[in-house]
Write a protein that binds this ligand. Structure first.
Ligand code: MN
Ligand code: MN
Length: 467
């Protein structure tokens, strides 16, 4: 019997048709995918820290007709405004035609990414080599950060109030820094250790120099020589490093990945890819019904703490200012609002299948990933969006022709994680996670799919315009 004679039950229509995004996408959109991802690569190369990302977002906002908002400024529907929180977070809003009492649409993503921070008394010399002591930031596998070129970015704040910008390694003519690793020939003891213990946090010291100061007969002449270079270039002394924020990040730019160039490898996709998508989406919308709010915050990787994190009152301050302009009680606005916690999802990795549930995992090229709950061991710490909230998002995305998928995190009891979602839910705002699936999350070189990235942008636009 030929295949065509096979019986087909009408019940087959009840099944969900899950297909690769490339088999579903309208071919006319393929060009948009490439164009959009080229813009994204420019952003991710320019934004190696949350401060640089904030600067980029502010400049892009100004170009798109947004104005810097000051408390008390009059607001009317259609207005485009933004406010920066201490140089490390930025909030952008397009005022809707409806009152904020009807609720607002909020997309929240984080600008910080795992990295190696410089300690507050960092500079020292050992065995005639100069180093920076470091303290890693966020959840990293420490071994991944050894023996790769690193850029140094950040600021040194002087007592005078002046803030000196430091950037080493971005220019191809710049030197880079590195944290050395042990040669395999002498690593027999190290290789026996568990991966979590093989590299001690205190051994992540970044190599700065090796030339001794010529005109000196005292101790630590290599350290002195390096300090001289810092002083000559930036006008700083050793004590000034106490009031600095300096970070080491991978010294390579974004590259297309794969022979078919379908993916992008870069440092910091988590979560700058979602930041870019919800930023670009708010720059591209006009006259939404509900006020659209894009919030790009700091400190998610260490618990959303601090004055620039999602738990900061900066959020209430900004939204209350908007509500006040329309004579609306903020609590009325919150209970009617909808928030997409825009954070990356873990993509199923065929190289490491063990911790994933194949039937409940995000896949590359299957579009924007929706995550109902995160958490660890019995959903602990998750805000767990309601069924109604998931349905509302499904409707918004389907009506706009966005390719999307469900994207839970790994097998039950395999581990877990969190996002800013719970801090938004705590404010009595319906919140759900959605973001771009990532391979090698938190590694120096993370991988995303171009199709997924574009669908995330398209989804955010539909979300801002939804009623
Ligand atoms: Mn994240
Ligand atoms: Mn993360």
């Amino acid at each position: 019997m030929a295949d065509t004679d096979k019986k087909t039950s009408p019940k087959r229509d009840l099944l969900e048709k899950s297909k690769n995004g490339y088999d579903r996408i309208d071919p006319s959109e393929l060009k948009s995918i490439e164009k959009f991802n080229n813009m994204y690569k420019e952003f991710i190369n320019a934004a190696k820290t949350e401060r640089q990302a904030t600067e980029y977002a502010a400049a892009a906002a100004e170009k798109a007709g947004f104005r810097r908002y000051e408390r008390g400024d009059p607001l009317k529907p259609g207005d485009k405004i933004y406010r920066i929180n201490r140089g490390k977070a930025i909030f952008l809003a397009v005022i809707g035609s409806e009152s904020p009492a009807k609720g607002i649409n909020i997309a929240a993503a984080h600008l910080d990414a795992p990295r190696i921070d410089i300690k507050t008394t960092p500079l020292y010399e050992d065995f005639e080599l100069a180093y920076f002591k470091t303290h890693y930031y966020g959840g990293i596998k420490k071994y991944q950060w050894l023996a790769i070129p690193l850029e140094l970015h950040g600021v040194v704040a002087l007592k005078s109030g002046e803030v000196v910008n430091i950037s080493v390694g971005k220019d191809p003519n710049d030197p880079v820094l590195v944290i050395s690793d042990l040669l395999p020939h002498l690593a027999s003891e190290q290789m026996k250790k568990a991966m979590s213990d093989a590299v001690a946090g205190e051994s992540l010291n970044a190599l700065l120099g090796s030339i001794p100061e010529p005109d000196d007969e005292g101790s630590d002449r290599v350290k002195l020589h390096v300090l001289g270079i810092l002083n000559e270039k930036y006008g700083i002394t050793e004590a000034d490093l106490h009031s600095a924020e300096l970070s080491l990040v991978p010294a390579f730019d974004a590259r297309d990945v794969g022979l078919d160039r379908s993916m992008i490898g870069a440092y910091g996709h988590d979560d700058r890819v979602c930041c870019f998508d919800c930023l670009q989406a708010i720059l591209d919308i006009e006259n939404p019904s509900k006020t659209a709010l894009c919030i790009l915050v700091d400190k998610e990787e260490i618990g959303s703490e601090g004055v620039t994190g999602m738990q900061s009152g900066f959020f209430e301050t900004f939204v209350e200012d908007i509500c006040e302009a329309f004579d609306v009680q903020p609590r009325v606005c919150y209970e009617n609002s909808f928030c997409l916690s825009n954070d990356v999802a873990a993509a199923y990795d065929p190289n490491f299948p063990e911790p994933f549930d194949k039937r409940n995992s995000a896949r590359l090229n299957y579009g924007l990933g929706i995550c109902k709950y995160t958490g660890t061991r019995g959903k602990s710490g998750a805000s767990d969006a309601s069924a109604e909230v998931v349905a509302r998002l499904r409707r918004i995305l389907d009506e706009a022709g966005v390719i999307w998928q469900m994207a839970p995190l790994g097998k039950v009891d395999a581990g877990g994680g969190g996002t800013v979602a719970k801090f938004m839910a705590k404010r009595n705002i319906d919140t759900i996670d959605a973001g771009v699936p990532v391979l090698s999350m938190h590694a120096p070189f993370e991988v995303i799919s171009k199709l997924d990235n574009y669908m995330s942008y398209k989804g955010m636009k539909a979300f801002y315009m939804s009623v």
